[in-house]
Design a protein around this ligand. Structure first.
Ligand code: NAD
Ligand code: DAU
Length: 353
């Protein structure tokens, strides 16, 4: 592959993937296609925007005519598809936009790629980035494996599951050379402060309440975002066509324990008295259809491609906190206007239980 399209590269994970590949593969032409929704932010890429092997194109993957024209013009031989609506709570309030972006947008890209290469797929690759949420929820035990049946519970995860199925179907039907990875919860620099860690970090800075859904006994498996980007690089280059790889942090935390840990780190970094941030914890109405537990069995990518996380959770959390504290301006930019409207609407009804 020499000409690579990365969709959603101005978002959280996408920006780390773009940076890694632009810095590592000077011989590639890397094109970042992003609609710059509320979650896309070119500030995330300011350090690499002048690189000779990098270009940004603003565009919407739901626009079929635009996407087919773009593929015809640029003739990408590889795609890493990250663009998506990604926040579960937003999907509960507005499922349709998730269906449009995550399902229709994916089909438009598959069609653009198929139109170019269906006569000869050699050396081509379509890499679809997905989530562990497609597997639904675990009970107290067990892990998600690549052969765990799909059982999505939120409009977000249903739309991602559907997009995964379309990618597979294009593989079976048209021979499209795809690879899919399903990852657990990411955290790290540049994550939009609607997701648990950056939201709570920002609220602690602002001494606002920390709205823990339900009893806080929900479990997620956390992975530092640069470790995910490294896994994506490996799967892109070494993953087997037609295969799925689960990626996870071997790092399960109950929300309430994670939040308390974050509070302790923040008290220390902000020079506040021990226990100050914990006092901000407020238990609020639960998320509808809240999945109890996610945890990944990442032994396939570990055994076959030699990937494993390089950052411990303690190190990763500290790096994340340091980054946000050093980038107050970034936070100020993304937490104005539409963010405040979303925040007030969503948390208005979430009064303490
Ligand atoms: P994000 O919300 O931070 O970024 C999504 C990006 O997609 C943004 O830059 C946005 O502008 C762009 N986008 C949205 N709609 C678009 C459209 N119609 N056309 C073009 N661009 C559009 O998301 P993220 O957290 O970085 O997630 C990236 C991908 O990884 C998603 O596919 C998500 O499902 C998957 N994923 C995320 C996590 C996680 O913990 N965040 C875990 C596993 C998988
Ligand atoms: O597992 C991978 C998925 O992880 C990705 O596919 C999604 O794009 C990503 O958003 C994430 O989904 P979650 O729903 O797990 O992440 P979120 O940060 O929204 O929530 C993490 C946990 O924290 C979850 O149990 C809900 C809880 N939570 C979240 C928010 C925003 C709260 O208790 N209070 C909150 O205000």
């Amino acid at each position: 592959m020499t000409k690579l399209l990365i969709t959603g590269g101005a978002g959280f994970i996408g920006s780390h993937v773009v940076r890694l590949l632009v810095n590592r593969y000077s011989e590639y032409q890397i094109v970042n296609l992003d609609a710059l929704t509320y979650a896309g932010n070119l500030e995330n890429l300011s350090d690499i925007e002048g690189s000779q092997n990098y270009r940004f194109i603003k565009g919407d993957i739901t626009d079929a005519a635009f996407i087919s024209g773009l593929f015809a013009k640029e003739r990408f031989d590889g795609v890493i598809h990250l663009a998506a609506e990604s926040h579960v709570d937003r999907s509960i309030n507005n499922p349709l936009v998730f269906a449009k972006t995550n399902i229709l947008g994916t089909i438009n890209l598959l069609e653009g790629f198929r139109a170019l290469w269906e006569d000869n797929w050699e050396g081509k690759r379509f890499y679809h980035i997905s989530t562990d949420e497609v597997y639904g929820t675990l009970g107290e035990t067990g892990l998600f494996r690549e052969d765990t049946p799909y059982d999505p519970n939120s409009p977000y995860s249903a739309s991602k599951a559907s997009s995964d199925h379309f990618v597979r179907a294009y593989g079976e039907t048209y021979g499209l050379p795809y690879v899919i990875s399903n990852c657990s919860n990411n955290y790290g620099p540049n994550q939009f402060p609607e997701k648990l860690i950056p939201l709570f970090l920002n609220n602690i800075i602002e001494e606002k309440s920390l709205p823990v859904y339900g009893d806080g006994n929900y479990t997620r498996d956390w992975l530092y975002v640069e470790d995910h980007a490294a896994a994506i690089d490996l799967v892109l280059h070494k993953g087997k066509t037609g295969e799925t790889y689960n990626i996870g942090g071997f790092n399960e935390w109950k929300n309430i324990d994670l939040v308390k840990s974050l509070c302790r780190v923040m008290d220390c970094k902000l020079g506040r008295p021990k226990g100050a941030s914990e006092k901000l914890i407020t238990f609020v109405k639960d998320r509808p259809g809240h999945d109890l537990r996610y945890a990944i069995d990442a032994s396939k990518i570990n055994n076959e491609l030699g990937w494993q996380p390089s950052v411990t959770f303690k190190e990763g959390l500290e790096k994340t906190v340091d980054w946000y504290l050093a980038h107050q301006e970034w936070l100020d930019h993304v937490t104005s206007g539409a963010y405040l409207e979303y925040y007030n609407n969503h948390y208005h009804n979430n009064q303490p239980t």
